[in-house]
Design a protein around this ligand. Sequence first.
Ligand SMILES: Cc1cc2nc3c(=O)[nH]c(=O)nc-3n(C[C@H](O)[C@H](O)[C@H](O)COP(=O)(O)OP(=O)(O)OC[C@H]3O[C@@H](n4cnc5c(N)ncnc54)[C@H](O)[C@@H]3O)c2cc1C
Length: 365
Amino acid sequence: MIYDIAIIGAGCAGLSLAYQLTKKKNSNQKIIILDNKQFFTKDRTWSFWKTNKHDFEDCLDKQWSRFNIKFNNKKKIFESLKYPYQTINSLKFYKKIQQSLTDNFELKLNTKIKKIQQTSNYFEIFSKNEVIKSKFIFDSRVPKLNFKKLYQHFFGIEIQTDKDFFDSEEVSLMDFDCDQKHGVHFFYILPFSKRKALIETTWLSKLNNLEKKKYVDEIKNYIEKKLKLKRYHIIREEIGAIPMFRKKNENKKGYINIGLRGNINRMSTGYTFPYIQKHSEFIARSIKNFKINSPISQKYEFLDTLFIKVLQNNTKIMPSVFFKIFDENNQDSVIRFLSSNSSFYDDLKVMSKIPKLIFLKQMFN
Ligand SMILES: Cc1cc2nc3c(=O)[nH]c(=O)nc-3n(C[C@H](O)[C@H](O)[C@H](O)COP(=O)(O)OP(=O)(O)OC[C@H]3O[C@@H](n4cnc5c(N)ncnc54)[C@H](O)[C@@H]3O)c2cc1C
C-alpha cells in the first residue's frame, strides 16, 4: 500500500499537523504517523504568551499575568492582563490529538526511521523491520546538535515542596544574578502552585562542556543557596537545546521539514509552539499546491539575526539589555515583539535598548 502522507515524528509538530489535517472534513487521504517512542509521557511543557487564539486551552497546566525579571539585585515586576503567559502540558496535548485522529490515520509507535529514499512516484521510508511507502512526507526528526553553533540550551526540574514556598501567580522569567562566564545565563521559574514549580537553568551559548551534571549542580545550587529552599523533591526533569541559527532548508517536492527540523522557531527567543501551530494550519490549507508560507516573517528573521549578532559579540552587556527591554518599555509592546505580533513602533522601542554604537556596528557588519 502507498500512503498519501507520512508524518515522521509524533511530537509537537507531527501531531499538530495531524490535528489540522483531521479538521479537513471528508478527506479520504491515507495518513501514517511514525515515531520512535514507545508511549507518550509528559516530557516537556510548552509556554508562550497568548497573543492569538488556539485550540489547546484544555491542555493548559496554568496561565499567569504577572512576571518578574532580575538583574544586579534589581527586580522588575510587570503585568499583562491582555496577553497571559500559558503553559501547555505535553501529555494532555498528545492525548487530545490521539483522540481526535479519524479513521484515515494510522499511528505507529516504536518505529525508528533510519533512511528515506525517493523513487519516481513515492518515497520509501526505512525502519528496522519494514519499508513504508508514501507520496508525501512531513519530517520532524530532531536534527543532530552542532557544537560550533549558538543554542538556547536548558535543563529543568519540576519540584514539589512540603510547605508553601512559591508565589504561584508570578513567573520568574529571567533571573540574571548568576554565573555569566560562559555565555548569557539565567534561571527561570514557572510556579504551578505554592508547592510545585518548574525551575530551569538556561544558557544562550555554544554547547561546549555542558554535561548534565553541570546543569544539575547549577540548579541545586540556585535552589538551595539563592532561593534558600532546602526541602523539596524532584518530580521530573526536562532538557532541551533550541537552535539560535538557521539550518539549510532541505525541503524538496513532496518532502517538507516541520517543527524544529524545519526552522519553525523564533531564533532569538526559542519560542516554537505557537509557530508550529501556525505552520500546521498553513500546510493543511495549502497541501495540494505545496506553497507553504513560513509562520515567521522576514521582519523577525532580520531582527533576530541582528539581535543574535549583538548577543554573540557582546555577551557581557546582554543581561542589562534584557533587563532594560522589560524595564523601560510598555510590557505589552515587549510581549508583542517576543510573540511576533509587534508594530513597527514596538520594534523600534525594543531594539532601541541595545546601545546605539553596538547596534550600528552589527547592523553594518
Ligand atoms: C524540554 C523542552 C522544553 C521546551 N519548552 C518550550 C516552551 O516553553 N515554549 C516553546 O515555544 N517551545 C519550547 N520548546 C521548543 C519546541 O516547542 C519543542 O522542542 C517542540 O517539541 C518541537 O517540536 P518538534 O515536533 O520539532 O520536535 P519534538 O516534539 O521533539 O518531536 C520530534 C519527534 O520525532 C521523534 N523522532 C526522532 N527521531 C526519530 C526517528 N529516527 N524515527 C522516528 N521518530 C523519531 C521523536 O521521538 C519525537 O516524538 C521546548 C523544547 C524542549 C526540548
